[in-house]
Design a protein. Structure first.
Length: 610
């Protein structure tokens, strides 16, 4: 812990109130919030969507006005270097322009929108240096190279001349961090900087920010809804709920002795890695504030529902004058697994490992190259279009982003009823009864049936997507990152809902995720994917309590744990860069060979590059 006694804070937020003008009158985004940020300290501001945490940070940058907000009250005191304290709430935009980027840096959640797609990385990095620091072109480029090395970007000289779309998500986020640190700001605001990243990249970026903070003495305001990230990063924690601060304290006090019911509920809703140790079957989480009957483990059956053998899916890379196939992306390479009735198999891995392509290949939303898919006795690969359409009644999909998978112009009742009308399974008033029952099932009020998607929160929209997937009584549901975009407490409720439905209806799930703690909570079987292949497969107990493959071990090491006394150290994280999955047309990969280390626990022998 930092000793900040007698140190004057770099930033003080005092009684901040922010209002947004709407057709129905003013809406309060932040009601009354006060806290300080000291030099060399990380203050984590936590809360769920709509709690006002991002509005607070945008107010400090005075960017909230550009989003229709108005600072209606309070003071935003900022301690400028070599100058007297300034109230940012009263500063004019001309002065704010010199402070933004120069004295207060900001890292946004989505790096692709924070970077300009038409300028090279080098041009964007040097712009602020030339504007604020008065450097010439050569000096600015030298400093830009130094920054890229600081954020551990490989081949920095090459990266300076590349455009944002040529970099991966993790690389882009590093560039955004380098830009925010370019002018050595006194205060760094990070707004959900790792939410969209894989666990390994997240672990590296958190360690990187922590190291840079220690080296430069910058104060950090870190905004997140992930309590494990808070445990990893925070010195002090501010908990926000509906525009107000409800609790503040050191990271140990908040995690070990939370006082406010909302903080307790937030901590209870976080699935922690290792919670399921010693248990054979998944079971719903105990949530605060909800009456739950005795929690029963979900055993499922030993009867196989889906068997996938030697599934291979490749995407052609076109090039040249005649748009010929010049190479292939090996998205799914020789993958085999089985799912039992009433059980969940989870596929885990990082972006680009092929897990979503595997899920879509099973539904034949993308056409596999080869392999066999057998669902309850039906050979999916041999079906013509019409029989395949009928077969899809038994297998449904829940996508990652419910806003993109729902039609913005249709009422929710019609969207849930659409599969029923498509297949003509029910007629007339039976359809309405079924839709009402599905809304009850996913715990949404029936009054929501007449609403449109934009009138719901993210978690409520995902419940509608689940109701629609259940409309035809499917045997298998493929959930592709179905909870990764949700707040912690909403995520916990949706996971519990999926598990309760599994216990009641005997559903089978193929659960695709990169969140290891969530996977540990819901799975019977786990397959770890890397570069299109399953590198380790077995029961949840075997894979999580006895990981054998080096990649599985690296993934486990990277997961932040919601306990401030179990912080990860940067030296523990030694990830190899992921090689390219693109190979020439005549490349013939060797088949996957496995070693059975214990009954039902398989580890890949074929060299997968890890």
């Amino acid at each position: 812990m930092l000793d900040t006694v007698g140190v004057s804070p770099i930033a003080q937020i005092q009684g901040l109130r922010v209002e947004f003008q709407t057709k129905d009158g003013p809406v309060v985004g932040v009601e009354d919030v006060s806290f300080d940020i000291n030099p060399g300290e990380t203050v984590c501001v936590v809360g769920e969507s709509g709690s006002g945490k991002s509005v607070s940070s945008l107010s400090l940058m005075r960017l909230v006005e550009f989003g229709g907000g108005d600072i209606a009250g309070g003071r935003l005191l900022f301690d400028r270097k070599g100058a007297e304290q300034l109230d940012l709430a009263d500063a004019d935009q001309e002065l704010m322009r010199t402070i933004r980027g120069n004295e207060i840096g900001m890292i946004f959640q989505e790096p692709m929108t924070a970077l300009n797609p038409v300028f090279t990385v080098g041009r964007q990095l040097t712009e602020g240096l030339r504007l604020h620091k008065g450097m010439n072109k050569a000096e600015a480029e030298e400093r830009a190279l130094e920054l890229l090395r600081q954020v551990r970007i490989p081949e920095p000289e090459r990266r300076l001349h590349q455009y944002p779309h040529e970099l991966s998500g993790g690389m882009r986020q590093r560039v955004v961090i380098a830009m925010a640190l370019a002018c050595e700001p006194r205060l760094l605001i990070a707004d959900e900087p790792t939410t969209a990243l894989d666990v390994t990249i997240q672990a590296e970026i958190l360690a990187l920010m922590d190291r840079l903070k220690r080296e430069t003495g910058t104060a950090v305001m870190f905004i997140t809804h992930d309590m494990a990230v808070v445990a990893q990063m925070a010195d002090r924690v501010v908990v926000m709920f509906r525009g107000n601060k409800v609790e503040e304290g050191s990271v140990e006090e908040i995690f070990e002795n939370a006082q406010h019911p909302y903080t307790k509920a937030l901590l209870a809703a976080v699935p922690k890695l290792g919670e399921m140790t010693g248990k054979d079957f998944p079971e719903p989480m105990k949530l605060m504030g909800r009456e739950q009957t005795e929690i029963e483990p979900i055993t499922g059956t030993d009867e196989v529902l889906l068997s996938v053998d030697n599934l291979t899916t490749r995407f052609p890379v076109k090039g040249g004058f005649f748009r010929r196939t010049v190479a292939n992306v090996h998205a799914v390479e020789d993958v085999s697994f089985k799912i039992n009735k009433g059980q969940t198999l989870s596929l885990v891995g990082e972006s680009g490992c092929g897990k979503s392509s595997a899920g879509r290949s099973i539904l034949r939303l993308v056409e596999p190259q080869s392999g066999s898919i057998n669902l309850d006795g039906t050979d999916i690969m041999s079906l013509a279009p019409e029989p395949l359409r009928q077969a899809r009644r038994d297998m449904q999909m829940i996508f990652q982003d419910p806003f993109a998978s729902l039609n913005p112009q249709m009422q929710l009742a019609d969207q849930v009823a659409a599969p029923i009308h498509n297949f003509g399974t029910l007629k007339g008033s039976d359809v309405t009864d079924r839709v009402s029952m599905l809304f009850d099932r996913v715990e949404l009020p029936r009054s929501f049936m007449r609403r449109y998607p934009h009138e719901l929160s993210g978690g409520q929209r995902q419940r509608v997507a689940i109701a629609r997937a259940l409309a035809l009584n499917p045997k298998l549901i493929i959930a592709d990152e179905a909870v990764s975009a949700l707040d912690v407490s909403v995520q916990a409720q949706v996971l519990n809902l999926m598990m309760e439905l599994q216990a009641e209806l005997g559903l089978s799930f193929l659960f695709i995720s990169h969140d290891m703690a969530v996977v540990e909570r819901v799975s019977h079987q786990v397959g770890v994917m890397y570069l299109g292949r399953i590198v380790e497969m077995g029961s949840r107990k075997a894979v999580f309590e006895n990981p054998q493959h080096p990649y599985t071990q690296a993934l486990m090491k990277a997961v932040p744990i919601a306990d401030p006394r179990q912080r990860k150290d940067e030296k523990d994280l030694n990830f190899k860069p992921i090689p390219s999955p693109i190979h020439s047309v005549d490349y013939a990969p060797e088949p996957s060979r496995y070693d059975e280390v214990e009954p039902g626990h398989f580890v890949l022998l074929t060299d997968s590059g890890y």
